[in-house]
Ligand binder design. Sequence first.
Ligand code: B12
Ligand code: SF4
Ligand code: SF4
Length: 257
Amino acid sequence: MKPSALAESLKLSWFQSTAAMASSELQAVKAAIHDIASFYGLEVVGFLRLDQARTTIPAHEMDLLRGVKWSDGEVSLSNVKNPLEIMPTAKTMVILGKRLLDDKKDIYYRVSDSYSASIETMLLDVASLKVIQALEDADFQVAEYTSYYLKVWAVLAGFGWIGKSRMFVHKNHGPRLRLKAVLTDADIGDIAEVIPDKSCGDCRECIDACPVGAIKETEVDRKLCGACKLNHRRVSENALSYCTQCTAACPIGIGKK
Ligand code: B12
Ligand code: SF4
Ligand code: SF4
């Protein structure tokens, strides 16, 4: 072999092996994230590949949040951010989902006068911290996704659809997942096929179950839902529950754990 041909072939095999190494390293990072999720009992972990078409929240959808009140006060529109505003170099959103421990209630505990938390959210919080640590240890950049579009990213990751209750309905767990997301520049995302919202079919269980008639044909009345008296009902001395009647009624994934 001529020296130049040898040099070319060495260069090629070096490139091939770095590419293979990079891809096996990325697979190892993904496997580590799966391990963390399973250690903390999370049923769902996904990797949404971010590209321009999937990173923008349309203005008319942001407008829906105007005047919406929830546990921490009024939703602040300045907190509604696209993933690339939070992290311009992000390539992937890691989405974590924890199923409710009780299919019929969404229980949280009063830890102190100023702090209450549910087991599901705490597991998501701890697991996401571990995911952040694992990515940072592998020299990737990471940021928590702190905006208000979690349901839609879960749809774009191919896990399920937005149901008539306007909740994210996972194909195996129904609306019983609680969600959390982390952004990273690790190129570990997948492009998934989106399941259409019409997958609810003729079902109306959530509409009929809502005690305050908040679920309309085209939208949920957020103010009615937020003010429902079943929210923050006491279920034991230290435990309270959110309303969650629409979740409990949904036949998708009911009883399957
Ligand atoms: C504000 C808020 C509320 C408000 C408004 C409720 C609502 N329906 O949005 C109030 C206080 C009323 C509320 C109530 C509840 N909430 Co809440 N809430 C949020 C919060 C903070 C933001 C949601 C939001 O308004 N996003 C912005 C709007 C514009 O997005 P959107 O609602 O998804 O609506 C648009 C898209 O769905 C889009 N769309 C529809 N179909 C499709 C399809 C595709 C392909 C695409 C691209 C887009 C798209 O169109 C819609 C607008 O037209 C999120 C947390 C978060 N960080 O995301 C939790 C969150 C949505 N809530 C949650 C829960 C559990 C509840 C309750 C069950 C609590 C309870 N009371 O028991 C109820 C459920 C009420 C209901 N039927 O939705 C969970 C939902 C989990 C899930 N599986 O869906 C979340 C994700 C919190 C979490 N970390 O898990 N909530
Ligand atoms: S959480 Fe309760 S009040 Fe809100 S939409 Fe669901 S059933 Fe209605
Ligand atoms: S209860 Fe029925 S209509 Fe409502 S979200 Fe579930 S499948 Fe869809």
